[in-house]
Design a protein around this ligand. Structure first.
Ligand code: ZN
Length: 70
């Protein structure tokens, strides 16, 4: 049983009991809302997220407990 999910925005692991689930933070939630509002996932990246760079391409150490991998 997976205990974490990946934030759809920055791919950071998010605990299942996180109030912001499936987002890692309120910031990412707002980003997602903004994405849907503009109906595209191409937006200017928020500042201060250099780990977003590599997470955006491919994650080599993705955890495959038994959660959905997509
Ligand atoms: Zn996030």
């Amino acid at each position: 049983m997976p205990t974490v999910v990946r934030c759809p925005i920055c791919k950071q692991e998010v605990p299942f009991d996180d109030p912001n689930m499936p987002f890692c933070s309120d910031r990412c939630r707002l980003i997602d809302v903004g994405n849907w509002a503009s109906e595209k996932y191409v937006i200017s990246r928020p500042t201060g997220g250099n780990e977003l760079e590599e997470a955006a391409s491919e994650d080599p150490d993705i955890e495959t407990d038994d959660g959905p991998v997509q």
